[in-house]
Structure formats: C-alpha cells, structure tokens
Ligand binder design. Structure first.
Ligand code: ADP
Ligand code: TRP
Length: 332
C-alpha cells in the first residue's frame, strides 16, 4: 500500500509565485509517489477571516489555483475541511489528551502574546480560542487520514511535532497504536522565492507576483521590481540579482546560461532584464491562468469536485474516529 501524504491549504487570498514554487509544485510532485490527500483548511481560515464574501471567494480561488496548477482530483483526494465533520469530532477527542501547556508553547500564539505585551495591551487581546487551539485542529486534520508525511514549510514543523505528541499520548494511554504518528516532510530544497523588493515573497509584505492576474497586470507588476541603479552599459552580476533569481525558476538551463552571459557583458538595462523575466513567467503561467479562468467560470463544477473529494475522504475519517471511540470505551 502506498504511504499517505496530506497537507492543508489555508484559504487566504491570492496565490503568488512563492506559493507556486514553495508549496503547490512540491506537493504535486509528492502526489506522484504517495496517496495524496490535500484539503482547503476553511475552518482554520475562519480564525482570521470574518468577512463571509472574502472567505467564500478565497476558498474557491485557492481550490481553483491548485486544480489549475495540475492537481488531478482523480488521483488526489481533494476536499474542504468543513465537509468532514469527523475532523471536528476527533478534535474534541484529542483535546482530552492535549495539555494546555503544549498550546501555550505554540509559536503563533506566543508571537501574538508577545506583540500584545510590546504594545502594552492585555496579553490575550485579539486572541480567539481558534488561534489558541489551532494546533489541535491541525493535528486532527492530519491524524484522521492516517497520514505518513505532511509536506509543509519550516514554520509548520512545530505543529507537526505537536500532532506527533498528541497521537503518541493517545497510543500510550491505550497501550495500542490507535492513531498513526505522522512525520513532517520539510521542503528543504525549495528555495525561498524573492519578492518584488528582494525580501521573501509574502502576502504580508505586499511584494508578491500573483499567479492569476491578466497578462498586462503581470507585466506591470514585474516591471515594478526593485533593482539597483546600475546603468545600461554596466556589466551586472546575475547571481546577486533577484530579477535573475526569479528568471531561473522559469527558464531552462540554456536560457539561463545565455541570459547570464548578457548580464555579465553589460549593455542590457534592468528594463530589458525584466522584459526577459516577464516573457518566461508569462510563458509558464498563461496555460495555468487559462485553466484557472475556466474553472472559476463554473463554480458549481468546482464545488462538485470538492464534494466528490469529501465523499471519498469521509469513510476514511469515520474509520479513524470509530477506532478511537472503541479504544476509548465510548462505542460500546
Ligand atoms: P504568505 O507568506 O504569502 O502568507 P503562506 O504563509 O500562506 O504565504 O504560504 C503558503 C505556502 O507557500 C507555505 O507552504 C509556504 O512555505 C509557501 N511559501 C510562501 N511564500 C513563499 C516564498 N516566498 N518562497 C517559497 N515558499 C513560499
Ligand atoms: N497550518 C497550515 C498553514 O498555516 C495549514 C494547515 C491546516 C495544515 N491543517 C493542516 C497543513 C494539516 C498541513 C496539515 O499553512
């Protein structure tokens, strides 16, 4: 039997090139080897997104983005977290095995408390129980599908370790392997994609190149990239240029070598370097954008795909809950 790879995708806003290379592509690569279960973590989104229209459209945009990028719903079980009520049942069950101290140590919660302290606010200001218990819901997401590996960025490793702790506490208590203990698959070899200003591309820095914008907007965005003030004539170092770092993600080896030589020779200004970048980005993203637009034009079909995914996922989730209830003496 193939091992299970599972990951959750937060439905927050527009996907960008950092997400594409840092999360989507590696997860789709893993799906070739593993039994993949990928889902939209919409109840996690609810912690921060209280505007229904925004949350609703983010869920669809993110789902369409993954499908347009090549997720095959025939091969990957693709669903919305909110369609699997068993996840929330398991969340309640594992709460009984999760110490409050473990949650106190969660990085995201600690950062929120620290920020409040620095501002002189009440330490709990703006922190809802959804944020505080976030790692428990995430552990349930993972454990319920007997996941072997969880592809995530480094920032999520602590959450996976917490899921391991929780599953181990349950198993130790009942003296049997009731729950599968998951492992993180940290994408070490995935480079941090630089944003328009050279910092890590991130929604929070407002420096992203969005995946699904019209060609004109894409070009304008790329032209806004920050560069140094070297003149057209001056030779340029491709290795220290973020324009070239992005180019490398989209160009093949011979294109990279040819453009690097032009950088080094001088005579090419930043405007032209960005045009070259736009050309390769647009070449890769045009078919993805076209698929995305087609998917977004038929929301009922998209919802059907997610619903069909949920139908495949629910029996697996129900079996885990049943196993746990039996071990716990609740299903007598
Ligand atoms: P953002 O920083 O824009 O809020 P998220 O935190 O929602 O992005 O990231 C979702 C996924 O995309 C994570 O797996 C994260 O590791 C990956 N990711 C985001 N930005 C980048 C980047 N600049 N380079 C590589 N991977 C990234
Ligand atoms: N917490 C993850 C993030 O912020 C999203 C997520 C929710 C997740 N549940 C998950 C990731 C389960 C992996 C497995 O990106």
């Amino acid at each position: 039997m193939k091992k299970v790879s599972l990951t959750g995708i937060k439905p927050t806003g527009d996907l960008h090139i950092g997400n594409y290379f840092g999360a989507i592509k590696p997860a789709l690569e893993l799906a070739k080897e593993y039994d993949a279960r990928y889902f939209i973590a919409d109840y996690h989104g609810l912690n921060t997104m209280k505007n229904p229209t925004e949350l609703n459209s983010s869920i669809r945009q993110v789902a369409a983005g993954w499908l347009a990028s090549g997720l095959d719903p025939e091969k990957v079980i693709f669903y919305r977290q909110s369609s699997i009520p068993e996840v929330f049942e398991l969340t309640t069950m594992i709460m009984a095995f999760t110490s409050k101290g473990l949650m106190n140590r969660a990085h995201a919660y600690k950062a929120a408390v620290q920020e409040n302290n620095e501002k002189g606010d009440d330490p709990d200001a703006g922190i809802n129980m959804g944020l505080f218990t976030y790692p428990i819901l995430m552990a349930a997401d993972i454990i319920i599908f007997d996941s072997d590996v969880v592809p995530v960025g480094k920032d999520q490793v602590q959450h996976i370790e917490m899921a391991q702790d929780i599953a181990q506490s349950v198993n130790a208590n009942y003296g049997q392997p009731v729950l599968k203990v998951p492992n993180a698959a940290v994408q070490e070899n995935v480079a941090v994609v630089p944003g328009l200003d050279g910092r890590k591309m991130s929604k929070s820095y407002n420096n992203t190149i969005p995946l699904f914008v019209p060609e004109k907007t894409l070009r304008k965005t790329i032209m806004r990239m920050v560069t140094n003030s070297q003149s057209v004539e001056e030779p340029k170092d491709p290795e220290t240029s973020q324009v070239f770092q992005l180019y490398k993600l989209f160009a093949d080896n011979s294109e990279q070598a040819a453009l690097a030589a032009r950088y080094r020779a001088g005579g090419m200004g930043w405007g032209e370097a960005k045009e070259e970048l736009f050309r390769v980005v647009n070449r890769e993203l045009t078919p993805v954008r076209e698929r995305y637009d087609a998917i977004m034009a038929d929301i009922p079909a998209l919802d059907k795909i997610l619903e069909q995914g949920a139908q495949k996922a629910r029996p697996i989730a129900a079996a885990t809950v049943k196993r746990f209830r039996k071990a716990a003496g609740i299903d007598c």
